[in-house]
Ligand binder design. Structure first.
Ligand SMILES: Nc1ncnc2c1ncn2[C@@H]1O[C@H](COP(=O)(O)OP(=O)(O)OP(=O)(O)O)[C@@H](O)[C@H]1O
Ligand SMILES: [Mg+2]
Length: 402
C-alpha cells in the first residue's frame, strides 16, 4: 500500500498507549489521529478492558458492524484463549498479548496492511500523479518550470484538477508567480497532522483564477514560523491526501535535500531534476543524481531538465550527459526577458505571452505529460516516453528507504 494508514488508539493505560506510539513511530506510513474517533480511521489499536471484557467486545462489534473496512488490533494482559476466540468471532483479526514485542507487532502490521490494500477500492480516490521538481541550485528556474507546466496542463484540459505545492520552505515564492497573497499552507498542516484530511487541505489551498490550486509553504512574512520543526511524514501524508483530490500534484522542492524533500522524492511518480549548463549547477545535479541512484530510484522515475538552453550549448550538453551517465530529458529554451516579465507581473506564460516560443515549449511539454501528442524530447528514446513514465503508476521502489 503506497498511501498512509490512519490509526486510532483506544487504550485504558498510558503505558500501553506509549507502547503503541513507540511501535508505530518507526512506521512512517501510519498516522495516529488525535481527533475524530475510531470510526474515522483505517486501524483501531485497542486495549482490552480486563475487568469487563464484554464492554470492549461490544464496542468493537458495534464499530465493525458500522465500518466493516476498519481493522482492529487487540491487545490484552495475557493470551487467554477465550478472549482470542471472542475477538475472532466478532471480526478482530489481530491479537497481541502483552508485553508486545516489535517482531510480532510488525508482522501484525504487515498483515493488516495487506488486508487494507485489498480493500483499497473502497476509497474513492482520484489517484493523482505526484511530480517533484528539484533544482540543482537556487535561482535556476525550478519554480518557473513547476508553475508554468502546471498552468499549461490546467489550460490544456479544464477537467484536469491541478495543484501546486510549495515545499521550498526557506525561500518560498510561488505566490508571486500567480499574484496570490502569501497565506497559510503546508506548515499549518504539519502543525496539526492529526486533522489531516481532504477537508483540511482544501481549507488551506489558495486558488488562482484559472482554478489552479496552490498549497503554499505557510510562511507569513517576517512573522513566519520558519524555525518550527516539521514532523517526519508530514510531506508524505499531505501528498497522499492531495493525490486523492487532484489529477496532478506538482511539488516545488526548492534545491535542498531536507527531510520533506526526500519524502516527496520517494513518493513522487516522477522526479524532475532541473539544472542549467553552468558548471556549479552540473556538479550539484550530478551529486543529486548519485543520491537518488544510491537510494535505489528507478531510472525511469527521473528526468533531467536543462533550463535556459541555447543551441550554442550543444557541446556542453554532451559533456554534461556523459557526466550524468543519463540523457537529458527536456531542454527548456532560454528567454530571460519573457520568463522574468511573466514572473514580475505574476502572470503565467500562457496568459502573459501565449505565442512566445518559451510558452509553446511549456504547452507542448504539458501535452506530452498527459499523452496528448508526441513531440520532440531531446535524448528520450521512443518507448521510454515520459508518457509511459508518468502514467506508469507510483514507482515506489522497495529499495527506497521508507
Ligand atoms: N527558460 C528560461 N529562460 C530564461 N530565464 C529563465 C527561464 N526560466 C526561468 N528563468 C528566470 O530565472 C530566474 C529564476 O527563476 P526561478 O525563481 O524559477 O528559479 P528557482 O530555481 O525556483 O529559484 P529559487 O532558488 O530562488 O527558488 C527568474 O528570473 C526567471 O524568470
Ligand atoms: Mg524557486
Amino acid at each position: 500500500m503506497s498511501g498512509f494508514v490512519t490509526v486510532w488508539l483506544e487504550c485504558r493505560s498510558d503505558s500501553v498507549r506509549r507502547t503503541f506510539e513507540e511501535l508505530l513511530a518507526s512506521h512512517r506510513a501510519f498516522l495516529i489521529k488525535q481527533t475524530g474517533g475510531p470510526a474515522t480511521v483505517d486501524v483501531v489499536c485497542v486495549e482490552l478492558d480486563e475487568i469487563n471484557p464484554e464492554r470492549t467486545f461490544a464496542s468493537m462489534k458495534g464499530l465493525l458492524e458500522k465500518n466493516p473496512a476498519v481493522e482492529v488490533l487487540l491487545t490484552s494482559g495475557g493470551a487467554d484463549s477465550q478472549v482470542m476466540l471472542e475477538a475472532f468471532r466478532i471480526g478482530i483479526k489481530e491479537f497481541l498479548p502483552q508485553p508486545m514485542n516489535r517482531k510480532e507487532f510488525d508482522a501484525a502490521l504487515s498483515r493488516l496492511k495487506e488486508r487494507l490494500k485489498s480493500k483499497e477500492g473502497r476509497r474513492s480516490v482520484k489517484g493523482g500523479k505526484i511530480v517533484a521538481f528539484l533544482g540543482a541550485k537556487g535561482g535556476i528556474g525550478t519554480s518557473t518550470l513547476a508553475v508554468n507546466l502546471a498552468m499549461s496542463l490546467r489550460q490544456l484540459n479544464q477537467e484536469n484538477q491541478v495543484a501546486l505545492v510549495d515545499l521550498n520552505l526557506d525561500d518560498s515564492d510561488l505566490p508571486l508567480f500567480l499574484d496570490l497573497q502569501p497565506g497559510k499552507g503546508f506548515r499549518d498542516l504539519a502543525r496539526d497532522l492529526s486533522r489531516l484530511d481532504a477537508t483540511f487541505v482544501q481549507s488551506l489551498m489558495s486558488k488562482h483564477e484559472s482554478d489552479l490550486h496552490l498549497l503554499q509553504s505557510g510562511l507569513t512574512g517576517t512573522e513566519g514560523t520558519t524555525g518550527e520543526p516539521i514532523p517526519g511524514g508530514a510531506a508524505l501524508h499531505t501528498l497522499d491526501v492531495m493525490r486523492s483530490m487532484y489529477d496532478h500534484v506538482f511539488v516545488d522542492c526548492g534545491h535542498t535535500l531536507n527531510p520533506e524533500t526526500r519524502e516527496t522524492l520517494d513518493f513522487a511518480s516522477l522526479v524532475v531534476l532541473t539544472t542549467t549548463l553552468s558548471l556549479p549547477s552540473i556538479r550539484r545535479a550530478k551529486q543529486f543524481l548519485q543520491v537518488m541512484r544510491d537510494a535505489g530510484y528507478d531510472r525511469e522515475k527521473l528526468v533531467i531538465v536543462v533550463n535556459r538552453y541555447q543551441s550554442e550549448d550543444a557541446e556542453l550538453l554532451q559533456h554534461a550527459e556523459e557526466l550524468f551517465e543519463q540523457k537529458v530529458g527536456w531542454l527548456v529554451p532560454n528567454d530571460y526577458p519573457m520568463a522574468s516579465s511573466s514572473l514580475n507581473k505574476g502572470v503565467p506564460l500562457t496568459v502573459h505571452a501565449p505565442r512566445a516560443a518559451l510558452t509553446q515549449w511549456y504547452i507542448s511539454q504539458a501535452a506530452i505529460l498527459v499523452g496528448d501528442k508526441p513531440i520532440h524530447t531531446v535524448g528520450v528514446e521512443a518507448g521510454n516516453s515520459l508518457l509511459s513514465r508518468y502514467w506508469g503508476g507510483l514507482t515506489f521502489s522497495p529499495k527506497v528507504k521508507a
